[in-house]
Ligand binder design. Structure first.
Ligand SMILES: NC(=O)c1ccc[n+]([C@@H]2O[C@H](COP(=O)([O-])OP(=O)(O)OC[C@H]3O[C@@H](n4cnc5c(N)ncnc54)[C@H](O)[C@@H]3O)[C@@H](O)[C@H]2O)c1
Ligand SMILES: [Zn+2]
Length: 385
């Protein structure tokens, strides 16, 4: 057989550059008739063609905010005719369970079909990070992507998850195994939604603020450690300041970090997450994401300390801060280090390429490592088990 002739091959390699606007606004009382934030966000592209909207509400919000459905309907009525036509308000169960199968995502795709939501129309999701992820996946895939507006209703969703440009659900016992990258059309954070959270869900969300502060902003870490007790006691002024600063840091990293769709292996925002995701999965999702992140941070900080990178004094500050925020400091699953360490393999596979995880050299300064000393990691885990 003669060798193929490549003289007439054609190469059309081209760069694809896309521009998106990530609209993020903080407000209070997002569905109060006098609040223009949502109306302004929905009409900010100046496109006046007939559009529709469906609003999907996490049951956790609907059950605790009396008359929420009526407020939403009243808001659309008050701002007609500039608003899209409200087709339905649908209440769905949220929490991690909604990411455990395809039912909620399929429900969203069905709603898009039933209410003839076009690519210029809106799916508005009000809920926690889990529900936003599952609804977001449906919105990103129906018609290959309709406009998603997130109204995050937990601390974690406001200070981290809703800023993200991804969505997803769990499969094969692995976190976020299926999903996509998609920039939301708008994000509206409403601090008044947070008043109905139970204490454990409220506090768990601050682990992501500690994470980003440890990586990027020592002054935010100082603020959190100084006000940790007030935050745990849900003092609104300090809690809201931390949420806003954490959201801004997450957003800044995503928008300015040069890799919004995570094409590179380094994912600093996932500090502490290799263990967190594994703990969530090993516990059958009984450990919440926020609590798992607190444990994962503590583990990787202790490991950084055992490796001689992080000083004893800095490690003690991290420990004390998490403790005063009333976040979990121990879990029996950390004692099973064989099962835990499998999380490193899963993490490498999810990222692709070489294992790349972030460790800490001082408060405010993370760095990447490509290998983990299993014995030292086992020692760190045993202390927290
Ligand atoms: N897409 C991303 O970039 C990203 C980033 C970080 C985290 N996440 C995901 O976010 C999820 C965790 O989100 P979470 O911490 O918000 O938890 P969650 O969504 O599981 O919500 C916790 C509970 O609070 C209830 N709830 C929600 N809002 C409420 C309110 N205002 N009042 C009373 N109850 C309310 C929910 O119904 C649920 O039972 C995880 O699945 C995690 O993987 C995604
Ligand atoms: Zn996280």
């Amino acid at each position: 057989m003669s060798a193929p002739d490549h003289n007439h091959d054609l190469t059309l390699d081209s760069a694809v550059t896309l521009g998106f606007t990530h609209r993020v606004r903080f407000t209070k009382g997002v569905f109060a008739a006098a609040n223009p934030a949502l109306q302004q966000a929905l009409t900010s592209d100046g496109d006046v063609c007939a559009r529709r909207a469906i609003v999907i509400v996490d049951e956790g919000v609907a059950q605790t905010h009396v008359g929420f459905d009526g407020m939403i309907r009243g808001y659309f009525a008050a701002h007609a005719p500039t608003m899209p036509t409200l087709m339905d308000v649908v209440i769905v169960s949220g929490g991690e369970a909604c990411k455990q199968d395809t039912r909620l995502t399929d429900h969203v795709i069905n709603l898009v079909d039933r209410h003839r939501i076009c690519r210029k129309s809106f799916v508005i999701a009000v809920g926690g990070g889990a529900m936003l992820d599952a609804v977001g996946y449906g919105a990103a895939t129906a018609h290959r992507g309709v406009r998603l507006v997130r109204v995050p209703s937990t601390v974690l969703a406001q200070d981290d998850a809703a800023m993200g440009v991804k969505n997803g659900i769990n499969r094969f016992g692995k976190k976020n195994f299926v999903g996509s990258f998609a920039v939301p059309y708008a994000v509206l954070c409403d601090e008044s939604l947070l008043t109905t959270l139970c204490d454990s869900v409220f506090r768990a969300g601050f682990s992501e603020a500690v994470k980003i502060a440890l990586l990027k902003d020592p002054t935010l870490f100082e603020f959190i450690e100084h006000h940790a007790q007030a935050i745990a006691a849900r003092e609104p002024a300090v809690s809201n300041e931390v949420i806003r600063r954490s959201a801004a840091l997450h957003l800044n990293h995503i928008v300015q970090g040069g890799d919004p769709f995570e094409c590179h292996e380094a994912r600093p925002l996932d500090f502490g997450h290799w263990a967190a995701h594994r703990l969530e999965s090993l516990s059958g999702y009984a450990i919440s994401h926020g609590d798992a992140v607190a444990l994962g941070l503590l583990l990787d900080c202790r490991y950084s300390n055992l490796c001689g990178w992080l000083s004893d004094a800095d490690f003690a500050r991290v420990q004390s801060c998490l403790e005063r925020l009333q976040l979990p400091m121990h879990h029996a699953l950390l004692a099973n280090s064989d099962a835990l360490l499998q999380g490193l393999d899963e993490f490498r596979e999810h990222l692709g390429g070489t294992l790349t995880i972030t460790m800490l050299k001082s408060i405010g300064h993370g760095f990447e490592v490509h290998a983990v000393d299993a014995n030292l990691m086992r020692q760190a885990a045993a202390e927290l088990g």
